[in-house]
Design a protein around this ligand. Structure first.
Ligand code: FES
Ligand SMILES: [Fe+2]
Length: 438
């Protein structure tokens, strides 16, 4: 895979669908704003999510046997746990008896789950182990054996990142990740001992459609105008950002990645003045260790570029400032919940960890200098796209995503300040929603 994956030849096809207008002669790419407002499209997306691989969480969120966290994916309540035998599992959080929410804590440690309604009790390995008045059921029919916790049909782990699917069959996780796996691995490569989630979850909501969060993350164009406060702050620390050398890369299956080389400060990997002198030495040592472990060429890719990776449809990974993950959970067409975590090399020093938390919190945390700006942007878009709904004039109810098509049509690689990554997302979304691709 090279950085010119967004091959113009492939993209030059163009498309007309109810939602996407792509015309390479005119260098125009437009998205119909109904995609952000429609209940009907939202319902179709929900059905699609039932077939896709979805990011559930990182295995280190449930480090000890019995640890569990509650999650909701595609509207379905789930239990994410490590069972008493050490296996990571995902169950539907609905009692097999009559569907009651089984676990009503948000997190904890449990060998068993007892439903409060009729007190059926389930081991964290899934078996129904307790049922009041068992003589009311005929034991010889194996009743209990059929009424264990409902596990998700498919659960797979890629280097600690746990994905699930509600579908019984379909592409493997490996096939789904495709060439995005390389970028996920760049993140996991940060540490010989693997990554761990720093305890604690950021949970926040956005009064906007989930696809606006994807557009925003794959949009380097907005960085300077929207995050002017951060850009000005960086200047005061003796560091200037630049768009030079940045790329937008469209990957398989709707995934995409923005690569930055001019806004590079990352705790543990790429030093900049605001991190302080002690961190400079740690970074040098980390890069030496990385080079020994993965070789010079790969180490250079891991250590010298920042990345934002979108794994279709619900995971955003930030290898900028530090390491962070965001999970998108669409609630309604105009409302999205976000769960976010900070990741770190397992077992890093207390000083490095403290700096990491401070730097991540100051930029991409929910109260940082970036995220509130971005949330304001999604919400303003959501409020704005109502204005043009049903407008009879051509082009009015369409958003423009054409930036960079002129360069792409000349065969040049897409820059991270172009909108190529967003176009890649929309093409895949359109294929799925219109049924062009199964
Ligand atoms: S619904 Fe759970 S025990 Fe009856
Ligand atoms: Fe932003």
């Amino acid at each position: 895979m090279t950085q010119t994956t967004a091959a113009p030849r492939m993209n030059l096809v163009g498309r007309r669908s109810p939602y996407i207008f792509e015309d390479w002669d005119a260098r125009i790419f437009r998205v119909n704003r109904e995609v952000f407002r429609s209940d009907e499209i939202f319902a179709r997306e929900r059905r699609l999510w039932d077939r896709l691989w979805l990011y559930l969480g990182h295995e280190t969120e449930v480090p000890k046997p019995g640890d569990f966290k509650i999650r909701t994916l595609a509207g379905r309540p789930l239990i994410f746990t490590r069972d008493s035998k050490g296996q990571v599992r995902a169950y539907l959080n609905a009692c097999p008896h009559r569907g009651t929410i089984l676990c009503r804590e948000t997190e904890g440690n449990a060998k068993t789950y007892q439903c409060f309604y009729h007190a059926w009790t389930f081991a964290n390995t899934g078996e129904l182990v307790g049922i009041p008045d068992p003589g009311a059921y005929p034991p010889e029919r194996g009743f209990a054996a059929t009424m264990g916790l409902r596990g998700l049909p498919r659960v797979e782990n890629h280097r600690g990142f746990v994905f699930v699917s509600f579908a019984l069959d379909g592409p493997s996780l490996r096939e789904h990740l495709g060439d995005a796996r390389e970028y996920l691995d760049f993140m996991a490569d940060h540490s010989e001992r693997g990554l761990e989630v720093i305890p604690g979850t950021h949970l926040y909501s956005i009064r906007g459609n989930w696809k606006l969060a994807v557009e925003n993350a794959m949009d380097g164009y907005h960085f300077s105008p929207t995050h002017v406060t951060f850009v000005e702050y960086l200047k005061t620390t003796g560091y200037a950002t630049s768009d030079e050398g940045g790329r937008a890369i469209t990957l398989e299956n709707g995934h995409s990645v923005l690569v930055f080389s001019g806004h590079g400060g990352r705790v543990g990997m790429q030093w900049e003045p605001r991190f302080g002198e002690a961190e400079r030495l740690r970074v040098e040592e980390n890069v030496r260790e990385l080079t020994r472990r993965v070789g010079q060429e790969r180490a250079a890719r891991v250590s010298s570029t920042s990345r934002i990776l979108f794994i279709f449809p619900n995971l955003l990974l930030f290898d900028i400032e530090g390491l962070a993950a965001r999970q998108l959970e669409p609630i309604r067409p105009d409302f999205t919940e976000v769960r976010a975590w900070e990741l770190a090399p397992a077992g890093e020093s207390a000083e490095a960890r403290e700096l990491r938390i401070r730097i991540l919190g100051s930029f991409i945390g929910p109260g940082g200098l970036a995220t509130p700006d971005d949330v304001e942007a999604y919400e303003c878009v959501q409020r704005g796209v109502v204005a043009t709904a049903g407008d009879p004039r051509p082009e009015v109810d369409w958003s423009d995503i054409s930036r960079g098509m002129e360069r792409e049509s000349r065969g040049e690689p897409a820059r991270n300040v172009d909108e190529a990554g967003i176009r890649g997302f929309w093409r895949h979304w359109d294929d799925l929603v219109t049924g062009t691709k199964a």
